[in-house]
Write a protein that binds this ligand. Structure first.
Ligand code: 6PG
Length: 260
């Protein structure tokens, strides 16, 4: 697993714009070398902020949207179209404005779908969809994601993997149902750490004062059960994208000079 690299931007807006520019380049390079790109989106303010910045980016349409595979790292288990769903918010921030191939947009199941309130069945169905998309060259039961993005919660959660809860302890399955999440809504579907760690690159987004303690804990050697963000590592790269407020409690040895 790759050692975390940090890039610190002056403020939340600049972090979102710089991360969006970074994502455009990553997708364009992947499409140029492999014909398509695979990205895992995250929910929350930082995740949606990045998508909104990408929607407004001048180079946005350098991406061949028809050859972009989109997945989610987690989803609130709510009815399709519910404003609180991560995919609803992603569509509003960006997806509805670009010509994606709907067959390549893999939303997680909704609670009014075929699985009803059986969130474990919904999680298993998404795991099967991931496995179907994985090729022989991939690592196990998920496709090789070019970039997997994760917002970081103030308690160091990523996706819907919360400290000490069963989902963060999962070592076999790629997708699990989550009950009793401390961040509402309580019922969710989430990728697990094994699925996250199959990604080429994992980017963790942390902006705002409320993330400073979480970033310091996760980057100072905490274990992944107590601090799930500490376990979110990519095979080739783990990149923390912070603003100076979120970086303010990092040990000086970790906090590079402000990059902008
Ligand atoms: O379903 C969710 O809420 C997200 O997937 C969650 O993992 C989010 O990324 C973090 O809680 C950070 O959210 P903020 O960026 O809003 O702090």
């Amino acid at each position: 697993m790759s050692t975390p690299q940090l890039v610190v931007h002056h403020d939340k807006e600049l972090m979102a714009q710089a991360a969006a520019a970074r994502l455009i380049t990553k997708i364009v390079d992947a499409q140029a070398s492999r014909g398509s790109a695979s990205v895992v989106l995250t929910g929350g303010r930082n995740g949606n902020g990045l998508l909104a910045a990408l929607a407004a980016a001048p180079a946005r349409d350098a991406i061949d949207w028809g050859r972009l595979e989109l997945w989610w790292g987690d989803e609130r288990y709510l009815p399709e179209g519910d404003p609180e769903r991560n995919d609803t918010q992603a569509r509003e921030a960006l997806l509805d404005a670009v010509p994606l191939d709907p067959k390549r947009v893999h939303a997680m199941p909704a609670s009014d779908g075929p699985h009803g309130d059986d969130v474990e069945a919904a999680a298993a169905a998404y795991a099967e969809e991931l496995a179907r998309a994985a090729g022989p060259e991939n690592h196990g039961a998920v496709p090789t994601f070019d970039v997997l993005m994760l917002g970081v919660g103030p308690d160091t959660h990523v996706a819907s993997l919360f400290p000490e809860l069963p989902a963060v302890r999962e070592t076999e399955r790629t997708v699990v149902g989550v009950h009793g999440a401390p961040k509402p809504p309580p019922t969710r579907v989430s990728l697990t750490l094994p699925a996250i760690r199959a990604a080429r690159e994992v980017w963790l987004l942390a902006a705002g004062e409320d993330k400073a303690q979480a970033a310091a804990i996760a980057l100072s050697g905490a274990g992944e059960i107590q601090a799930p963000a500490a376990g979110a590592r990519g095979r080739a790269r783990t990149l923390w994208l912070l603003d100076s407020a979120a970086a303010s409690q990092l040990p000086r040895s970790l906090y590079p000079p402000a990059s902008s």
